[in-house]
Design a protein around this ligand. Sequence first.
Ligand SMILES: *Cc1c(COP(=O)(O)O)cnc(C)c1O
Length: 451
Amino acid sequence: MELRNLPGVDRILTDKRVAGAAKSCPHDLLVSVIREQLELERASILKGKSGASLDDIVKNVLERLEAVLKPSLRRVVNASGVILHTNLGRAPLSRDALAAVDSVSRGYANLEIDMESGNRGSRHVHVESLLCRLTGAEAAIVVNNNAGAVLLGLTALARRKKVIVSRGQAVEIGGGFRIPDVMRQSGAKLIEVGTTNCTYARDFEQAIDEGVIALMRVHSSNFRLVGFTSEVTLEELVEIAKRHNLMVFDDLGSGSLLDTTVFGLAPEPMVQQSIKAGATLTFFSGDKLLGGPQAGIIVGEKQYIDKLKKHPLARAMRIDKTRLAGLAATLFHYLKGEAALKIPVWQMIAAPLKEIEKRAGTWAKVLGEEAKVVNGETMIGGGSLPDGSLPTKLVAIGGGSKKVQNISRTLRLREVPLIGRIEKDSLILDPRTVLPEEDEIVIKALSEIVG
Ligand SMILES: *Cc1c(COP(=O)(O)O)cnc(C)c1O
């Protein structure tokens, strides 16, 4: 019965508020939003619920329209205490990187043109010499991301051949990236050697036969084996590979161009070391510890990089001008020796505890009794340094599980969301992962929940 009382599209269009919205929104869009809402109302009536009033329907239409017109991907403030948070977009870009992205995206760019001759050029030149200078490699290629880089390397060089990997390194990184699956996808055959916890040089030696083309090392990224363990070093792999005329692939995951131990962190394999040790190809991400935009970077021997450049997959995975510009600007920070001062990820890692404590104190003061400053750990994240953490000062907001869940949700649903983490019935906010210029937003958000 109620279905008959449901207003039509035309009736809703005559509502003053809807007519107001119609001024700043195409008619077709408004009509489709009204239809969607009426469809929901119809379904709810058919389920036996009583029909909404015209006023409620209009309100729902306007809310739906607002949601449709609001971009889903937005900036957030990361107070989670994880520096390289994949779900929050990994590395924030430096000012120079942002400016470079902006400058090449506004108009055209010399992406693939040789300025001297005016002829067609290669997009790789914009970062290749930088990468070679920084890592000591002969050649480099950059693609969409590191998962793509590894797939490209294996497909172009190891298809229908065998690649030997230690069983302890046949890992899943997350987001569906599993070494055995990537191998299968590339057409290479994975030969796992050793045991889960122990692999020795002789395990590799014994598995080598005609079909083998490469030995591969994979950074275990997001987990760590402890206790009775043994892995073969890259140097040993290179030595074995040389004797058998094989390639060595080194998937570093994050990799680092800076020595993490200088910052009080566990050692993370450095790209320079990998090249120096003699890896044929070394793979790493642009947006992990490098601190740049999403990218997959391959450095190594020119004869093989040249093959990758010519492979059809390289075209399918190519990087665009905006990220190439951001990556080049990020690499320049390393070249100028200013990475720790200019790249946000490294600024966060290098931030003095005293400074963090001061900021935490300012944040906590806004909340009064509700919050206290406590000692804690910032995680590096991004699959680098699996148990890598730095001492930090946290703001802990208590008040019971339910209240904390509510505050967390309120902060998350703000226009500029503030993301913390919940730990033992407290909402935890870590100033180390918040850019200093975002403190104002945090303070405003916290004063909102007090008010
Ligand atoms: C993170 C990671 C990848 C994937 O890199 P993306 O840039 O996220 O595609 C591959 N291998 C290892 C070892 C990693 O840690």
